[in-house]
Design a protein around this ligand. Structure first.
Ligand code: NAI
Length: 251
């Protein structure tokens, strides 16, 4: 598959860690030149252009997108992946936390897409891929705010796909199950019994293990690829069957 993205430039938000880093590395391996927009660009994977950007700050996003296009000459693929979590029921999270999480997870994708649109319209093979979550499509306990944010990402994906079809820009989404990234490492570190918590998360996935960041990255690469020119407004679940299967408990 090497060379699939030859000549194309991709931008990955949150590409300095976890799923985003796997996406950035995968797109580089398949021939793209890749910019990583992150709060921590020094951690961007080797072979990528790290650019500091805070997706909650419109001026920062616009400056970063300008820098990418100035440095790499064009922009064809945007992966809106930067995200933060939240735990609790509607009784638990204060308004400021709601604003903060929606600002990163939903408006972050809006700001980056908005700044990228003029460049994507000039691309012969434009694609936006949003990182959603299993939380968008099933009810998980203690995830009211996070689920609302990812439900919005899913709805936004479809609406943008409709709006920008005529611009030649495809817009799709991946919904990972619980994935083995530094994010989950931080979550486990806070648990009373991290090993038991990890076992519970693994058991929640029908295939009995956490999703690998690389498995999500391969789905993102599929959706971003020029080879997927007829795929838009859709979602790929990368969740070991968590969304769609009703299996018997594992022995
Ligand atoms: P991570 O915490 O390992 O990486 C997130 C990256 O986003 C970090 O490099 C961080 O610096 C960056 N970031 C955070 N806020 C930012 C901001 N305001 N501006 C720019 N960059 C910012 O997380 P992970 O696990 O790789 O998650 C990536 C995406 O995948 C998120 O959207 C998350 O909601 C989603 N996801 C993760 C799952 C998991 O179990 N790890 C499951 C389903 C979805």
């Amino acid at each position: 598959m090497s060379g699939e993205f030859d000549g194309l430039v991709a931008l990955v938000t949150g590409g300095a860690s976890g799923i985003g880093a796997a996406v950035a590395t995968t797109l580089v391996a398949r021939g793209a030149r890749v910019a990583v927009l992150d709060l921590d660009p020094a951690a961007a994977p080797e072979g990528t252009l790290g650019v500091r950007a805070d997706v909650t700050d419109d001026a920062s996003v616009r400056a970063a997108v300008d820098e990418v296009v100035r440095t790499l000459g064009r922009l064809d693929v945007v992966v809106n992946n930067a995200g933060i979590g939240a735990q609790g029921t509607v009784a638990d999270n204060p308004d400021d936390e709601w604003r903060r999480v929606l600002d990163v997870n939903v408006l972050g994708a809006v700001r980056v897409s908005r700044a990228a649109l003029p460049h994507l319209r000039r691309s012969p093979s434009a694609a936006i891929v949003n990182t959603g979550s299993i939380a968008a499509t099933v009810g998980l306990p203690q995830r009211a705010l996070y689920s609302a944010s990812k439900g919005a990402v899913l709805a936004l994906t479809r609406a943008m796909a409709a709006d920008h079809l005529a611009d030649g820009i495809r817009v799709n989404c991946v919904n990972p199950g619980t994935a083995d990234t530094p994010w989950i490492g931080r979550l486990l570190a806070k648990a009373d019994d991290p090993a038991a918590e990890r076992a519970a998360l693994e058991a929640r996935q029908p295939h009995g293990r956490l999703v690998r960041a690389q498995e999500v990255a391969d789905a993102v690469a599929y959706l971003a690829s020029p080879a997927s020119g007829s795929t838009t407004g859709t979602t790929i679940a990368v969740d070991g069957g968590m969304n769609d299967l009703r299996t018997r408990p594992r022995a």
